[in-house]
Design a protein. Structure first.
Length: 341
């Protein structure tokens, strides 16, 4: 006789089951995964490795718009006829033949630039499609790394403050109050002046200024769990403070840190865009969604809208998908729903 043994499913297995039942969440998960694959390919220079090359006519339009007419390029019709003296039109005309003969002594390479590109070209003739993909790599990597730094700092300090309390908790609460008392935008600008420009500088700036919300939530969870029976039982059998903090309590509050991590990714991507737009983000030899928006500002005045449209749509798709995925992940990890399985 075989007896059926009912095994309880783990927390993560139940969360994955709930996440798979959310169609919007799964669609957004696939979109986010596609962006992450593009980030990996661009980081390996498999995709958009030549984004700095000037392969198109400056401000070349997208394919759907078509090439610009000759009059839009500023073409000038030169009068012809036996009685026309070119020196009256151009004083340097008599020297052209001389210069042409001198130029034949040197080898010249003619560069054929595309009049149209899939998403158009910028003012230097660089492919906007490649720039958008490379900019996605920088912005998404900055958002992810900064969120990891902020989550690590907030979780560590929140765990120490919530578990020990006393003077240690008071000291960390004072540090928390100092950071929250200063307006976040001023704090970010202050750190930007200290660290300068660059990808790692932006990661440190956002990570060191964005940990306060995570700290507050993790601290409250540790204060609640440190009095639970399973923690007291671990203390009774001789478990150390570090063991009770990170082996017993932390796994039970990890969903809070994970949800906050995903929420901060979206927030930090927006912050990186703002910093780069203001000239305080990535260095001048790099491209991000923020630097592209700054370039598109001057191009839009001249009627060249395609760079602004490309970066805006791409950023909106990723940020929206990641935000909806975060909502689905938060619902899947909500401990209040575990009893419904």
């Amino acid at each position: 006789m075989s007896a059926a043994v009912n095994q309880s499913r783990g927390v993560w297995a139940l969360a994955w089951t709930r996440l798979k039942a959310d169609r919007v969440g799964m669609v957004c998960l696939w979109i986010v995964a596609a962006f992450m694959l593009l980030v990996a390919l661009t980081a390996a220079d498999v995709v958009a490795g030549s984004w700095q090359k000037e392969i198109g006519v400056p401000n070349a339009p997208p394919h759907v718009v078509g090439p610009k007419p000759a009059e839009a390029l500023g073409a000038i019709e030169v009068p012809k006829g036996p009685n026309v003296d070119l020196s009256d039109i151009d004083p340097l005309a008599p020297r052209y033949a001389e210069w042409e003969e001198a130029a034949k002594k040197y080898k010249t390479e003619e560069v054929n630039r595309a009049e149209t590109l899939p998403l158009g070209a910028d003012r230097l003739g660089r492919d906007i499609l490649q720039k958008v993909l490379k900019g996605a790599e920088v912005s998404i990597v900055v958002g992810l790394l900064a969120a990891v730094v902020a989550t690590f700092i907030g979780t560590l300090l929140g765990a120490i403050s919530g578990f020990f309390g006393g003077k240690i908790g008071d000291l960390l609460e004072w540090v928390y109050n100092v950071f929250t008392a200063i307006p976040s935008i001023l704090l970010i600008f202050a750190f930007a002046v200290i660290f300068g420009r660059g990808v790692m500088s932006v990661v440190l700036i956002l990570g060191l200024t964005g940990w306060t919300g995570i700290y507050r939530l993790v601290r409250a969870e540790f204060m609640k769990h440190r009095q639970r029976d399973y923690v007291r039982s671990a203390e009774a059998i001789g478990a150390s403070n570090a063991s009770r903090m990170f082996k017993h309590i932390l796994p039970n509050v990890s969903h809070v840190a994970l949800v906050q991590l995903s929420l901060h990714v979206v927030s930090f991507i927006k912050s990186e865009v703002i910093l780069s737009y203001l000239g305080l983000g990535v260095s001048v030899d790099q491209v991000s969604w923020g630097t592209m928006l700054a370039e598109a500002q001057s191009e839009l005045i001249l009627g060249y809208w395609w760079q602004l449209a490309a970066v805006t749509v791409t950023m909106a798709v990723f940020v929206t998908a990641f935000a909806l995925f975060t909502d689905a992940l938060r619902d899947a990890l909500d401990p209040k729903l575990r009893g419904l399985e």
